[in-house]
Design a protein around this ligand. Structure first.
Ligand code: ZN
Ligand code: ZN
Length: 254
């Protein structure tokens, strides 16, 4: 709950109002709706059911890896095979089980209130990525999808990560313009890929990333192809180092 300046002048009244609000709207678990002790939390069973990433992780994508860190950079098989145009990446959750359900609810449902707790998990997972004067930018949603949805969940996550960390957020640093590229003579798969790949720096925003480290924010990392396209655009626009922070990482089952 936001207190802001209100609490400073009315610090005696505020706890009473808060108690009254909690009586009317008691905090509920984000996963199952059961009553919880605090707002924006998961109940015990949902918490233990949600695959949070911890321990040793791939420096490039944040997927959990076996063993203890030995002080050297370690990467997963995927990241060793495909070189990533970004420096380091982290992810808060594995995309499965209850995490998958939460992300689908954020993406397709009306559960935009999930973005704030999700951003806190991301800040926790990405604590080693933060650099001075970093600029945060979401992966742009494909325009055909933006038409169907009311919001871009990556932009919403970036907004909340910015609020938690104090870093500047540029929601339209990268865009996928509506104009369709020339598709004549291409197969259906090629057309789909071409449309997917047309990510550009916003002409009026691109100067903001010059010489700065950029943190790209997305909800789910699968192959990393879209994040690679975004990172390459940022580097071509003069950004310094690129970092990647996602809510969840799709990992192959071991
Ligand atoms: Zn629950
Ligand atoms: Zn990796």
């Amino acid at each position: 709950m936001e207190t802001g300046s209100f609490i400073r002048g009315n610090y005696r009244i505020w706890p009473r109002i808060q108690t009254a609000v909690q009586l009317i709207y008691p905090p509920r678990c984000l996963g199952c709706g059961a009553l919880t002790e605090s707002d924006f939390a998961l109940c015990g069973p949902c918490w233990s059911d949600t695959p949070f990433i911890g321990g040793t992780v791939c420096e490039s994508c944040g997927v959990p890896l076996p063993g203890d860190p030995d002080g050297h950079r370690i990467e997963c098989d995927d990241c060793m095979k495909v070189s990533r145009p970004w420096r380091d990446g982290r992810s808060a959750l594995l995309y499965k089980g209850r995490a998958r359900a939460l992300i689908l609810a954020l993406k397709h449902g009306d559960r935009s209130e999930l973005a704030r707790p999700a951003a806190r998990w991301m800040v926790q997972a990405g604590r080693d990525l933060f650099r001075d004067n970093m600029l945060l930018a979401p992966v742009p949603l494909h325009w055909t999808r933006l038409l169907k949805r009311r919001y871009n969940q990556s932009a919403l996550l970036a907004h909340h990560v910015g609020r938690e960390t104090g870093f500047q957020v540029c929601p339209d640093l990268l865009v996928r313009p509506v104009r369709t590229p020339i598709l004549d003579g291409k197969t259906a798969a090629e057309r789909a890929r071409t449309l997917e790949d047309v990510i550009v720096a916003h002409p009026k925003r691109r100067h903001r990333m010059q010489g700065r480290d950029v943190l790209l924010v997305d909800d789910v990392m699968t192959s990393g192809a879209t994040l690679s396209a975004c990172a390459s655009v940022c580097l071509a626009s003069g950004a310094n180092h690129i970092f990647v922070l996602t809510l969840a990482r799709v990992a192959k089952d071991a």
